[in-house]
Design a protein around this ligand. Sequence first.
Ligand code: SF4
Length: 235
Amino acid sequence: MAQSYLLTKSKYIHGLQCDRALWLDVFNPKLARYSAEQMRRFDHGREFEHSFKDTFPNGIDISAELKRNTEAYPTLTAQLLDKDEETDLFEAGFLYNEVLVLADVVHRRLDGSLDVYEVKSGSTLSDTYRRDAAIQNYVISHCHPIHSFNIVHNTPTEKTDSSESSDYPDKRFTIINLTEELQAQHSEIENNIALMKEILCHGEPATPTGQHCLTPYACPYQHYCAQGIRQLSLF
Ligand code: SF4
C-alpha cells in the first residue's frame, strides 16, 4: 500500500531550516548522524514526557499498540475518540494535507473537543517549541475540534514552590495555552507545506552549508554535506 503521508512534524521542522535537509529526511534519512550530546538530550526529553504522561493514569498509549506502524495511528485514534466519553490518549495520530503528526497527550472532553498537550523538556517557551506546536495544531484542528492547545514545559527549579509557576496541580509542569496564537498561523503553514511538496518533486537541492546548518538545530546531515564540499575543493 502506498504511504498516505509525505511529511511529518520533524520533516516539516527540518524543511523550515533547510530544503536540502527536508529532501534528505524524505529520500535518504539513513545519512543522518546524531552526536552523543543530541542523543542524551533526546533521552532527557523522553523522560520528562513520560513523567507528564504519568499524571494521566488511565491514558491509552497508541504507540504501545501499533509500534512502528505509523500508517495505522490516525485510524485507531479516530476510533478511540469516537466514543461518547472522556478519554486520554498518548501518541494520538492525525493526518491532514499529507502531514502526519503524533500528539504527546490528548484529552477528549465530554463535548468531544480536545485538549492537546505538547511536552517539551526545556524550561522556557522558545520559538522552536512554538513552531512545533503550530504544525501540530494545524493538522489536528483539521481533523477534530480543539478546545485548547498547550505547551507543557519544565518549571525552573526556583519556581517549583511558587504559586505563580503554573495552574497545573503538579508544579513540575508549566502549561501554556497557545490556542489563539496558533490558529492565526494556518495560511502561512499551508504555504510552507505547498513549497515543501514542490521541493520533493525534484532532485536533491544543492544548498550550500552555512549558519543555517546550526540553528535552530544542529543539522544531522552536516558530515554528508561537508563531504560534498571536500570533493568540490579537491576537484
Ligand atoms: S548540513 Fe546544512 S546544507 Fe546540509 S542539509 Fe543540513 S542544513 Fe542543509
